[in-house]
Design a protein around this ligand. Structure first.
Ligand code: ST9
Ligand code: ZN
Ligand code: ZN
Length: 350
């Protein structure tokens, strides 16, 4: 740790995990003085959102109508798909192509999720992959669980994020009129899709109270979707096995995959980010987003789906995996002594 580095936040407590980030390959030059600046507006808004969501959970269990709960679940799935199939697999990674009707569906669902415009989301996400777990990573997990989960949205970005982010090619996003339309009119579109429609539908369609509608279908559902997403940045960067590359922190986390519509297979995803499944296997139960894309591929609206040849995965698993892969792991019962020796020799050479 270089002695000249200052990493205290204005409060002196929240961001002390910054110390770890200084040891990474892409970290800021050693004489750089960095102080994370807290954005109190965001702290207050997120505190309200989470308290209101807890009240929403209480109402959901005690007085909301069943239809309202079903509506909240549909909105969670819909908004979630706008993030996973839209912002993530389509726009950030270009892991498949989509015809305009599907892109239109995805942009509506994406706006419902309110996680910033798909353009901004994809820009941050491309930076996250390219500079993973360095100062230039917007939610650098080396700064701790809290920072990677929500803390990064409560303070100004590290200057490296903006500096390195400038080098990311976003011309494909800028050439998409739907994305640019969403970006231009983001505030009114987001207010309508994330807050107004979800609240108004239960009131008019099945006579729900405003209170239940607002706290359950809107605020609880929104906070739940956000936390499910953030777990990919936090939990899936901390806990799980690493069958594909043991040298990185992103891990396979089944719990996160279940709640984040198939986005918890994060060791695989950081190794092969272009795979439209974001996982090796297309297990629909733990990867609803893959089922969604496959359905639209069957319809002809999604095409050019990209994946990874099995032989390439096998080579990588044997070369850099932690031995927990269910087929090619060191401890697999079907692996012969000869295979094991060969794999260990390759791994040692690397
Ligand atoms: C939210 C996003 O929650 C969640 C993303 C999660 C990602 C997860 C990924 C995991 C994989 C996928 C899993 C999906 C699972 C889904 C499951 C679903 C069930 N490059 O940002 P600003 C420049 S959002 C290049 O304001 P500050 C640029 O010039 C929640 N340049 O920085 C920019 O200007 P412009 C709702 C960059 O001032 C300027 O800097 N939203 C980059 O430091 C200013 O940018 C909120 O709560 C870059 N990467 O403020 C809003 N970044 O944009 C919260 C910036 O005009 N955000 N620049 O080009 C904010 O208030 C602010 O962004 C801030 C930082 C305070 C956090
Ligand atoms: Zn990640
Ligand atoms: Zn990704």
């Amino acid at each position: 740790m270089p002695p000249t580095m200052s990493v205290t936040s204005p409060t002196g407590v929240l961001f002390e995990d910054d110390l770890a980030a200084t040891e990474t390959k892409e970290s800021t030059p050693i004489n750089f003085e960095f102080k994370a600046k807290i954005v109190w507006r965001n702290v207050i808004l997120f505190a309200y959102l989470h308290l209101a969501a807890l009240y929403g959970l209480f109402l959901m269990l005690t007085s909301a109508k069943l239809l309202t709960v079903i509506w909240a679940f549909i909105l969670f799935q819909g908004g979630g798909l706008g993030i996973t199939a839209g912002a993530h697999r389509l726009w950030s990674h270009r892991s498949y192509k989509a015809k305009w009707p599907l892109r239109l569906i995805l942009i509506v669902l994406n706006t419902l999720a309110f996680q910033n415009s798909a353009y901004e989301w994809s820009r941050d996400h491309r930076v996250h992959h390219k500079y993973s777990e360095t100062d230039a990573d917007p939610h650098n997990a080396k700064r701790g669980f809290f920072f990677s989960h929500i803390g990064w949205l409560l303070c100004r970005k590290h200057p490296s994020v903006k500096e390195k982010g400038k080098g990311i090619d976003l011309s494909d996003l800028e050439a998409d009129p739907l994305l640019m339309f969403q970006k231009k009119y983001y505030i009114p579109l987001m207010v309508i899709a994330c807050f107004v429609v979800p609240t108004v539908v239960p009131i008019y369609c099945w006579d729900e109270s405003f209170t239940c509608s607002w706290f359950v279908a809107t605020l609880f559902r929104y906070a739940f979707t956000l936390n499910a997403t953030w777990l990919v940045n936090s939990a899936a960067h901390f806990w799980g096995n690493k069958p594909y590359d043991k040298g990185i922190n992103p891990a396979q986390n089944q719990g996160v995959a279940m709640v984040a519509l198939g986005e918890g297979w994060h060791n695989y995803h950081h190794v092969f980010p272009w795979d439209y499944k974001t996982a090796e296997l297309g297990n629909y139960r733990a990867n609803i987003t893959t089922a969604f894309i496959d359905f639209f591929a069957w319809l002809g609206w999604a095409y050019d789906l990209k994946t990874v040849p099995k032989s390439m995965i096998e080579r990588r698993v044997k070369r850099t995996g932690d031995g927990t892969h269910e087929i090619w792991g060191w401890n697999d019962k079907d692996m012969s002594e000869e295979d094991r020796r060969e794999a260990e020799i390759i791994a040692k050479k690397e």
